[in-house]
Design a binder for this molecule. Sequence first.
Ligand code: SRM
Ligand code: SF4
Length: 525
Amino acid sequence: MIATESVSASASASATVTHNEVIKAAVPTLAGQIAATLADPTADRFSDDDAQFLKFHGIYQQDDRDLRKTGKRYIMMIRGRIPGGVMTPAQWIAFDDLATRHGNNTLRITTRQSIQFHGVVKSHLGPLMRGIHDCLLSTLAACGDVNRNVLAPPTPAYTRARDQVHADCVRVADALKPRTRAYHAIWVDGVQLDLEDPANKHFVDPLYGATYLPRKFKVAFVIPPVNDLDVLANDLGFIAIVERDQLLGYNLCVGGGLGRSHGNDATYPRLADVLGFFTPEHLVPIARAVLTIHRDFGDRTDRKHARLKYVVQERGPDWIRAEIEQRAGLELEPPRSYAFTTTQDLLGWHAAVDGTWFLGLFVENGRVKDDAERRLKSALRQVAGRFSAIEFRLTANQNVLLARVPVGERDAITALLAEHGVRTTQQASVLHAAAMACVALPTCGLALAESERCLPGILDRIERLMADTGLAGEEIIIRMTGCPNGCARPYLAEIAFVGKAPGRYQLWLGATPPAPGSTGCGRRW
Ligand code: SRM
Ligand code: SF4
């Protein structure tokens, strides 16, 4: 473990910075001893410091909590970096194969349009990471104190404006990517980073500096009236203002975030402030400005108080607006009007404006797997193999859209899915279709209670209650998390269950759709 004293002089002016700050300052390449441990067949885990560096590479060291009574069995979770959630069929096949060969035979679509592998033991980590690289995707910066996967509207309309918003999402994701060469050295070349090379020896990231951000940073793009990714829950949000298929620019939103801790009222969910409007050419300078404000003003002494939302809350929207304007070299215009009408995905078959079709497929809590009756994993694998010109689009509601489907191939896809027990109409009741649960047990080290594994049964019970009270078929957005960190965005649901202890949950009620004048987050009861 890196000793705090040995690096404190270079770490920071303050002696009270967290250990994460100390190790980042000591190893700005983020290489640590990862390659050495990876090559050591006797080691079943990485050191605690390397586990922190691994996050920047998109990897979490976990243990199977169902097995804890008989000792710790170390496993890894690996999260993809997939801006806007768009994958080719070839990439889907590669991910499917990697999950089968190296993971727990499931793919987990996340609330940020990505895919997670679970249950990967250390000896399988190298081949899995290499496989992701070989299919032209990456996991760099999927976790860690950096910008995370950038969200974009999944609905495939293929209009000029929508394509531009998607391209902007990719542009921002690239601009905010960390530049360390350690990722390539370890996972692609399979070697320890060469620290004799001056470029590595004296490496400091040009955007992030030596100590990266105080905490994670999240960016999302949305196109009203659909807010299918909860844009105001992000550190930085861009609300596209589109008129007659022309992207006029974006309303800039800053300071959202949902994480909190039980019994610590200094931590709270917060919706972003809508600060102003700007035209598209300012996009990257603005994104960099907001990120560097977090870098320079975020709290590096307390990781529970380190998100940008606390800087915005404590210094106020006028301060942050002025700081952004100064850093990006522009004056924001007043926000343009917009309205959100839904947060939900379009399930079933729909026509896109370019004449192609897309199919929204319900994935219960994002878990792509084969059950006895519904063999979704095999079905999607077959679709990807047979229809190589289509597109896979992951949604932030944990579903998948099959897009760019020529009209002539619709029926063949419907039939292939049906063979695997996957319906394209009436896929789920309205309650199940609108709900989300985070991963929680058995993999999440922070879970205090079940979530993904128990929400479906709870929804069934609520549905029976609703039928008894004459409310059958009403859409109510219900979300559940195994702890207060908020990974399934519970504080933005109409009803939320937030785990406190095994079998015990806080009840949060009444979030309203994020919109100007809305009260936003739900309230605890
Ligand atoms: Fe999350 C930590 C899963 C979206 C707030 N989140 C975790 C970890 C990595 C647990 C850990 O640190 O050891 C979870 C891994 C569980 C597992 O076994 O897979 C985890 N978070 C997830 C995912 C997979 C939930 C899901 O069911 O889909 C989502 C992955 C998104 C992605 O692809 O990047 C996920 N996490 C979110 C969101 C929702 C969002 O971003 O829209 C939030 C709330 C928004 C926010 O960031 O404020 C969220 N996750 C957290 C937090 C609280 C951060 C905070 O500010 O306090 C933690 C805890 C932490 O970072 O220390 C956390
Ligand atoms: Fe784990 Fe808590 Fe996130 Fe659920 S909300 S995945 S329990 S950190």
